[in-house]
Design a protein. Sequence first.
Length: 314
Amino acid sequence: MKKGFMHKLLYGKDKSRDYTHDQLPSTRAKQFFHIYKTAFGKLTNVNMLTALFALPLIVWDLLASAYVGDFLKGMDIPTQFSYLLNLTLLQYGTEIPLIMLASVGFAGAHYVIRKISWKAPVQLLKDFGKGIKTNYKQFLGLGFIVGIVNMLANYFIDFSIYTFGEDQFSAILGLVSVVLLVIAVGSIAMFATCQSTLYNLTFGNLLTNSIALTFKRLFASVGVCILSWLPIIIFQALPWVFVHVIGGCVTFVFSLSFAITMQTVYCHGVFDKFINQKQYPDFVGMGLSTGKSYFQAICDTTEVEQNQPQGAEK
């Protein structure tokens, strides 16, 4: 039966052939490209659903950036500096609840993309809603932390730039410290979001586990975190508003699912080594030709959905 427009919009075009288990990729790097080759339509739809939650943040950021740029136009440096705290609170302080709202969408997206990466059956709207229902509290907490760090980072970056002429060493040290903090928090958040939709953990354990995993694979984790957000970072780093508008459009259809997919694939490889290998061997190599199929693992793992122990699959 011919599938209608709404079915294609919600579930993607069914262009890919069925893959037998031995035709799956053998490494996590190959898995990333395999996912995009076989599920591009689904990832685009997941991205647009997630972007709906992030839309208020994207719009507000564009409006606030334009307002701040226009407000500071023609002012000398000391006058601009005197408004730094108020403008930071105006733009980035008000973004904290919007980042928390966007994080709710990420809860749904992480759950769906994890299932896609495992070659599990996906019902887009149902699974997206389930991801939100089961994980929104932890994602709200993570969103709050990210929002606070975002506000502080932007304040201290601008502060260092304004004071660069007075004490260059302190300004450079401040900039480097802020950049390292942002990268560290981004890497920790990457592990936290991927764990949240997979394991049953308290929020405290989620953070401590994520910090430990970040430092176990520090350079690789930092590299993946930066690379995954690069399509957004590039557009945000440039000073022109029209570039931010283009970046917002790219984010709406591509950038979010790109970041989540790359992070999911990488984190699952780390989980295999440090968590699954000892505690959940059925889930080692899930989605790869070297591991069990999703259906094998579910059949071999009793009461996964009904009575989950600490750390079991959600």
